[in-house]
Design a protein around this ligand. Structure first.
Ligand code: GRF
Length: 212
């Protein structure tokens, strides 16, 4: 059984897609043990409560120092016995001690084809506006392993979505989000099946086929 902790800041639709996939048996042997948000009103908390999952509101303001902030989170993750952290729309930086403690065990979902349209300021509709402004024929969604650089670590799954001439940032965001809802559960499934290996210096993880 893989225990996951899910972090999110807003609506929580990616978390819901993951819960749905788990409930439907498309993602097996995975249990969500903790949901974390910086935002007390996050939709992700509603989904968690409906599923009886422990929630934790956690923000830097609650602690006297960066060290205390990271230590409290690590203690909560360890107490919950979290094996994998899933960032599903989490808008804050994870402190470096958490990234180090969970090296190669943190996934993030991003609404573009990384390394393009990632990094500081590239969140929400900003991403889709930038894609449209650049007249890209294709955009997409990416699940990657989190390292110390924002939107940077090795790619686990990346899928393209066509950009239509009629697209607004909102219509494009909706189509990309639908793709996100497929690939995040898929990435968690691959992780739970032990099929992901991170090789130093590579831009993509190695995914073992189910026959290997
Ligand atoms: C998604 O587009 C995700 O890629 C990005 O933030 C958004 C979160 O949406 N990191 P939701 O909260 O999962 O609905």
């Amino acid at each position: 059984m893989l225990n996951i902790a899910v972090f999110g800041s807003g609506r929580g639709s990616n978390f819901k897609s993951l819960l749905d996939a788990m409930d439907a048996g498309r993602v097996r042997d995975v249990r969500c043990v903790l949901v974390v948000s910086n935002n007390a009103d996050a939709g992700i908390f509603d989904h968690a409560r409906r599923h009886g999952i422990a929630v934790l509101q956690w923000s830097r303001k609650m602690y006297a120092s960066d060290e205390a902030y990271a230590a409290a989170m690590l203690a909560a993750l360890r107490e919950a016995r979290a094996d994998l952290i899933v960032l599903a729309g989490y808008m804050k930086f994870l402190p470096a001690p958490i990234i180090a403690a969970y090296r190669n065990r943190i996934l993030n979902i991003h609404p573009a084809l990384l390394p393009s349209f990632g990094g500081t300021g590239m969140y929400g509709l900003h991403v889709h506006r930038a894609v449209l402004a650049a007249h890209e024929p294709l955009t997409g969604a990416t699940v990657h392993i989190v390292d110390e650089e924002y939107d940077h670590g090795p790619i686990v799954i990346q899928r393209t979505v066509p950009v239509l001439a009629s697209d607004s940032p909102e219509s494009l965001a909706a189509r990309v989000l639908a793709m996100e809802h497929h690939i995040l559960p898929e990435a968690v499934r691959l992780f739970a099946e032990g099929r992901i290996t991170v090789e130093p210096g590579r831009t993509h993880v190695h995914i073992r086929s189910s026959q290997e």
